[in-house]
Design a protein around this ligand. Structure first.
Ligand code: CU
Length: 230
C-alpha cells in the first residue's frame, strides 16, 4: 500500500513537470519562417532576415557566442555570416599556404597580416558596429566574404532552398527586413510589420532583385603547391 502511494505521488509530480515543460516550450514566443526568391521566383541563398523589436524590450540578452569564418581551399567559409553586434569572429587558416585577411568597410576596418596555417588566438576580430563588412584576402583577390552585423538577436540566413527560421522570437511587434550582398537598390528598405503571438509561427516572404556581382578570377593552381603563398 505504501509503495502504491509512493508510485502515485511520483506519477503526479512527473505529469506536473511534463505539463510545465510543454507550457514553457509552446508559449515562449514563436518562430518566424522566411522564404526568399528573386524576381523570377528562384530561391535565394545567403539572404539574411532580421526581426527588430518595435514593441518588445530585449531582456536578458545573451552574450553573442563566438563565430568562425574558416579558410578552406582558398575560399572563405561561409560566404555570408550574420552576427549580432558584440560578436567576436575568428579566422582560422585551414590551408597549407598563408592568408592575409582584411576589410576596409566603415562598419569594421581590420587587418590580420600574412599568417600561416592553423588556429591562432590572435586572429580574432570584435564586430562592435552594425553594418556590412566586406572581407578579402590580400594574396588571393577572389576570396571574398560578407559579415552582416545586426543589432537584433533575432536573425537567420537562407539555405539553398531560400528558406530560414528565426527561432523563439518573443511575443510582440517586429520590423522584419531582408538583406543580401547582391541586392540592388530596388529591393533596399523592404520591411514587413509582423506581430508575433505566442505559439503561432509566422510565415514571411520577400522577393529581391539581385544585381550581377563582380568577382575576381580565381588564380591558377600551381603544381607542387606553389610555395608559401599561392
Ligand atoms: Cu588568401
Amino acid at each position: 500500500m505504501k509503495n502504491n502511494k509512493y508510485f502515485i505521488t511520483i506519477s503526479v509530480i512527473t505529469i506536473y513537470f511534463f505539463f510545465v515543460l510543454v507550457l514553457v516550450s509552446c508559449c515562449y514566443g514563436a518562430n518566424i519562417k522566411a522564404f526568399i526568391t528573386d524576381e523570377e521566383g528562384k530561391p535565394v541563398e545567403d539572404a539574411v532576415v532580421t526581426a527588430t523589436p518595435v514593441s518588445v524590450t530585449i531582456k536578458d540578452l545573451k552574450k553573442p557566442s563566438d563565430v568562425v569564418i574558416d579558410q578552406v581551399d582558398k575560399e572563405f567559409i561561409a560566404f555570408v555570416t550574420p552576427v549580432q553586434v558584440g560578436t567576436t569572429v575568428t579566422f582560422p587558416n585551414d590551408d597549407k599556404i598563408r592568408h592575409h585577411v582584411y576589410s576596409f568597410s566603415s562598419a569594421k576596418q581590420f587587418e590580420i597580416p600574412l599568417y600561416p596555417p592553423g588556429v591562432d588566438a590572435n586572429n580574432k576580430v570584435l564586430f562592435d558596429k552594425p553594418g556590412v563588412v566586406v572581407v578579402g584576402c590580400n594574396i588571393h583577390d577572389w576570396m571574398k566574404a560578407y559579415i552582416y552585423v545586426v543589432e537584433t538577436p533575432y536573425f537567420a540566413k537562407s539555405d539553398s532552398k531560400g528558406k530560414m527560421i528565426i527561432n523563439n522570437v518573443p511575443e510582440g511587434k517586429y520590423d522584419v527586413a531582408v538583406w543580401h550582398p547582391a541586392m540592388g537598390p530596388k529591393s533596399q528598405g523592404q520591411t514587413l510589420n509582423v506581430s508575433v503571438a505566442n505559439g503561432n509561427d509566422d510565415d514571411v516572404k520577400f522577393t529581391v532583385h539581385l544585381t550581377q556581382q563582380w568577382h575576381s578570377r580565381r588564380g591558377p593552381t600551381l603544381e607542387g603547391g606553389g610555395g608559401l603563398y599561392r
